[in-house]
Ligand binder design. Structure first.
Ligand code: HEM
Length: 578
């Protein structure tokens, strides 16, 4: 065995280090050492080969393997790209069409995204008639067009390279929302969405079941009663502010959209953090900025790994997140210290008065059911996002609609005065406000804060006789279904709170056609919190003010995660003092 020759060959091979990657040479070295004995014994038993020939063969075989490796890698990347851009979408398109499901034709890479953005831009460039509830074409022009063109219970369009199946049949919607197999759940969260929304909303499977069990009691009626004081206090501050703005004048014009945003932000801050609500306000401002950055991200195609690229926006996203987490950690620490110095406050009544206290109590029992501090921070961030904007959107459209329909404003005010008089409404009053509840339901039907829900098949599934592979996305269009004349009748666009006079199940004939808070096991956990907040806010505004649309008001609902007023909501307020 001529080890010198072998080593020379080896050295020569390594002289190519500059041209090829370190990984490639590690691999070659392994091949050489492993195969050395095989080569050598073959060489000895072969009468025609000289050492030189073997050296060259050894070198070339190593080069060849390396080349194969590079070609293999490049080939795999090309095949994967073609599969992602073309084969997979076309295969899915064929599968959907073979079952009679209609949809838009696939366009490489962008799918329907460019059309969707173009049509949405055009639609939001002009307002609609001031007293019209026919908002579907403005808010969701592309989706509603596809649903109309394709008809049927199901249709699909392309969000980039993946199809999304739009389900408008109430039975199939129920099947998806109330799925018990565990095969349908939320899709994985957007990589940049985690800065904004964390915790419960992003969990799946058993983890979600466990967390929901911990958080459910936070929103029980008993707990709400304790937080009601915070609601009441924030609403009084709003009324005082508006009274001051009115001064001694007869009326004042006020954009109520930012006002309502501040109100629901304050309510969440106080309900979540009690006396630390001023720090909570700062968190609310930061989360608002985070939401704006997130909206920019979801409007473009996300390239995997992009969140690690240090762009200006990505850096800001991280900065905001670390400030929010630091603030929340500080609030939690302060609370822990105050409990340590004043053990009496660990009694459940004292520590449970706000959302954080409740979570901290479960944290103390971590071994059994609790959640860690980081998880608690995630949940607090979620409460802000899920609870603040949705409720301000609801209150905003309620004031707009009651300005459009002054007879309903009058009716609602009469009811509030009858139930609560001029005094501060108490918690038990909320159940007595039947007309107010009907009005809020009808506003949620015509102007739902969340426009659609998204689900994903996590296994191959069969729904209503249709088969779908794992990974298929479903879109349940709340707004489209709430505005569908075939489900609600020809008066679907009219504001008619009396639809709900006998409750939701009578109004919907027990069909899944009204689901502003979602449905099934993942239904909104803060539904009662939001309804109480909206009823109280509206009742107190009605007690003190009359309102109508300002001549400068433009009716322009548009979708920016929730259904917002594009040009604000200027109202003319006057004092109610009859
Ligand atoms: C008018 C007000 C509100 C509306 C219209 C609304 C709407 C919704 C909807 C549609 C969902 C279901 C999402 C899905 O299934 O994909 C949901 C979930 C959720 N909401 Fe609300 N929400 C409102 C207020 C609130 C409030 C005030 C809070 C908390 C303070 C809250 C916390 C949550 C949470 C934590 C979830 C996730 C539940 C889970 O995944 O288990 N929401 N909300």
């Amino acid at each position: 065995m001529n080890l010198n020759n072998f080593n020379r060959g080896s050295t020569r091979t390594h002289s190519h280090k500059n041209n090829l990657t370190g990984y490639y040479f590690c691999y070659l070295a392994t091949v050489e050492i492993r195969d050395h004995h095989r080569y050598h014994s073959a060489r000895e038993s072969h009468p025609y080969h000289s050492d030189r020939v073997w050296r060259i063969m050894n070198f070339w075989s190593a080069e060849f393997v390396g080349l194969l490796l590079v070609v293999g890698c490049v080939g795999t990347v090309i095949l994967r790209t073609v599969e992602w851009l073309w084969w997979k979408p076309k295969k899915l398109e064929k599968l959907l069409q073979s079952q009679g499901i209609e949809g838009t034709p696939y366009t490489i890479l962008f799918g329907d995204l460019r059309k969707l953005v173009k049509q949405t831009k055009e639609a939001v460039s002009r307002p609609i008639a001031p007293f019209s509830n026919d908002i579907l074409r403005r808010v969701s022009p592309f989706f509603s067009q596809v649903v109309e063109d394709c008809g049927g219970k199901l249709c699909y369009l392309w969000m980039g390279t993946s199809p999304t199946v739009i389900v408008t049949d109430p039975k199939l919607v129920r099947e998806i929302m109330c799925d018990k197999s565990g095969h349908i759940d939320k899709p994985p969260a957007h990589p940049l969405g985690r800065y904004l929304l964390n915790g419960l909303v992003n969990l799946q499977g058993q983890k979600w079941v466990d967390r929901r069990k911990i958080i459910n009691p936070v929103f029980h009626v008993d707990q709400l009663k304790k937080m009601y004081g915070a609601f009441s206090c924030c609403c009084s501050e709003l009324i005082d502010r508006w009274e001051k703005l009115l001064g001694s004048g007869e009326s004042v014009e006020l954009d109520v959209w930012p006002e309502l945003g501040n109100l629901t932000g304050d309510i969440i801050s106080r309900s979540a953090f009690g006396s630390s609500y001023l720090e909570g306000r700062r968190i609310f401002q930061l989360q608002t900025e985070q939401a704006e950055l997130f909206i920019q991200a979801v409007r473009s195609i996300y390239i995997p790994g992009f969140k690690f690229v240090p762009t200006r926006n990505n850096r800001r996203r991280k900065e905001i997140d670390s400030e929010v987490c630091d603030l929340l950690r500080g609030i939690i620490k302060k609370r822990e210290q105050s409990i340590a110095t004043n053990p009496a406050s660990t009694s459940s009544s004292a520590s449970h008065d706000d959302l954080l206290g409740f979570l901290m109590d479960s944290n103390a029992n971590q071994e059994t059911t609790g959640i860690t501090t980081d998880e608690m921070i995630g949940e607090c961030k979620l409460f802000y996002f899920a609870g603040q904007e949705t409720t301000s959107v609801l209150l905003n459209w309620t004031l707009v609609v009651l300005s459009m329909y002054p007879n309903w404003q009058h009716l609602a005010r009469q009811e509030v005065l009858q139930v609560c008089g001029r005094k501060q409404p108490v918690f038990s009053d909320m159940n007595q406000l039947k007309n107010v509840t009907m009005i809020i339901y009808e506003v949620l039907r015509l102007y739902p804060p969340a426009l659609f829900l998204i689900r994903m098949a996590h296994h191959a599934i069969n729904i209503g006789g249709y088969s779908f592979p794992s990974g298929m996305e479903f879109r349940l269009p709340i707004l489209t279904m709430h505005h569908d004349p075939s489900l609600w009748g020809d008066d679907v666009k009219e504001f008619k709170p009396e639809r709900f006079s006998q409750g939701i199940s009578k109004a919907t004939k027990n069909k899944m056609i009204f689901f502003p808070f979602g449905a099934g096991s993942r239904t909104c956990i803060g539904q009662t919190f939001a309804m109480t907040e909206a009823k109280l806010g509206l009742a107190m505004i009605l007690q003190h003010f009359k309102f109508e649309l300002s001549p400068s008001y433009l009716h322009a609902p548009f979708s920016i995660m929730t259904l917002q007023p594009q040009h604000g909501t200027p109202l003319i307020l006057s004092r109610y003092d009859e």
